[in-house]
Design a protein around this ligand. Structure first.
Ligand SMILES: [Zn+2]
Length: 433
């Protein structure tokens, strides 16, 4: 047994419905102990009490540092790891000019393997232990991601991206091929170790009714795979859908027709939902991945977080690399905070709520809330150890903080990968600096 000693934060309860001053929002142990036995959380609390009760445990002394649950990135694209930072474009023009040409390069299996290695290193080095990942439009490239993910030790849910129109011909598949290759990848990778499969229609814009029907078929043939897609991201995209699916009353109705909205589904963005769509997402148990950096970078709009929370929709944070601006989930939390400061109908966030959105909420979105997301006894010991570089501004800020919540706020504001010292999944080291 190992006992990790540091300041520990986690959010076992959803604080989004609590009053902003409610102390139950954040669980903090300033001189904390996280006891890990065979990869599971055996105890989490004050160090001295846990040490006294477990004299045989080896203490790992990380005093001065911080332990958080491993981050869960609820929406990210592996083939886009190299194209972060394109500026001045909006969704459809960015796809044509920046994203899709790079995604087409994934036809080269070696290039895809290099990209997968880069991508997984980037996740781990930023403290992300679980991610719901858009694969490639090519089965071989998506298999490379799964193989590299298995070696990395991270929890990765991913799938072959399906499209059969309006992207570029080399990224289109027939519905028959989409079904055959998805089924093959599910067979090979779903529930292999820490891997999960997610059926992945890119978005309704690039999928005909026939392809969406294939997705429905895959979901019913494999009753425990996930589904990921995009919804209501940009006004131009939403406008185009009215022409492509004239029968649909709104964007969500397209997915609903093929039974793609439900507890196994995570839909990214939803920046421009109707009230009816929010109610139906909440009723179905569909989660929304909120990607504030991407929404700002592509000028997609300001996410109505308050409307989602009030409607009862599960929201989690995603980086949406490469429309998003980096792999850091702490930074993504900061973007969410900043966007809500400027939102017309704001949801005021603080460090506890950002931590929830970056960890426990993502676990819930992926159906893994009984396994990961916080440090309740029996859960997998997935965690990140943060230690700000000595002598830097963040180091000074956390030492100067009047209370632990203020230190956590400083971490969300200032910490990047340089502060990530060690990352573990089920107690196994997956990154060390
Ligand atoms: Zn995306």
């Amino acid at each position: 047994m190992q006992l990790f000693r540091a300041t520990i934060f986690h959010t076992p309860e959803n604080p989004l419905h609590l009053d902003i001053s409610d102390p139950r929002a954040l669980v903090c142990h300033q001189d904390g102990g996280l006891l890990v036995d065979k990869g599971r959380v055996a105890a989490c609390g004050d160090y001295a009490g846990i040490r006294d009760a477990n004299p045989g445990a080896d203490t790992v002394d990380w005093r001065g540092g911080f332990i958080l649950p491993g981050f869960v990135d609820a929406h990210v694209h592996f083939p886009q790891a190299r194209i972060i930072g394109a500026m001045g474009r909006t969704l459809l023009d960015w796809l044509d000019a920046v994203a899709l040409p790079e995604e087409a390069k994934m036809e080269d299996r070696a290039y895809a393997a290099d990209t997968a290695a880069l991508f997984l290193r980037a996740l781990a080095s930023h403290g992300t232990t679980t991610a719901l990942v858009f694969g490639a439009h090519f089965a071989d490239a998506t298999a490379e991601l799964f193989e590299a993910a298995a070696r990395s030790g991270l929890r990765v849910a991913s799938g072959l991206v399906l499209s059969d129109r309006l992207l570029r011909p080399d990224l289109h598949a027939t519905p028959e091929r989409g079904h055959r290759e998805s089924a093959m990848l599910i067979e090979r990778y779903h529930k292999r170790g820490r891997l999960l499969y997610a059926v992945t229609p890119r978005f309704a814009y690039s999928t005909t009714d026939a392809m969406l029907e294939v997705c429905q078929q895959l979901m019913s043939e494999h009753p425990d795979v996930l589904l990921q897609t995009h919804i209501n991201e940009s006004p131009a995209e939403i406008g185009a859908l009215a022409r492509l699916f004239p029968w649909a009353g709104d964007y969500l109705a397209i997915y609903e027709r093929y039974a793609l909205s439900g507890e196994r589904s995570v839909m990214a963005h939803n920046v421009h939902p109707t009230t009816s769509e929010l109610d139906r997402l909440a009723d179905a148990g569909t989660a929304v991945a909120h990607c504030p950096g991407s929404n700002a970078a592509l000028g997609s709009g300001c996410f109505p977080l308050k409307r989602h929370v009030d409607a009862g929709v599960t929201c989690a944070l995603g980086t949406d690399v490469g429309g998003g601006v980096g792999f850091g989930m702490l930074k993504e939390g900061l973007h969410a905070y900043l966007m809500q400061r400027l939102a017309p109908d704001p949801k005021v966030l603080d460090a506890a709520r950002l931590l929830y959105l970056a960890t426990r909420a993502g676990a819930k979105a992926l159906g893994l809330e009984n396994e990961i997301g916080d440090f309740q006894t029996g859960k997998a010991a997935d965690f990140v150890y943060l230690q700000p570089p000595a002598g830097g501004v963040l180091d000074a800020a956390v030492r100067h903080a009047g209370d632990p919540a203020q230190a956590l706020a400083a971490l969300f504001t200032l910490a990047g990968s340089e502060s990530v010292r060690e990352v573990r999944v089920e107690g196994d080291i997956v990154f060390q600096s």
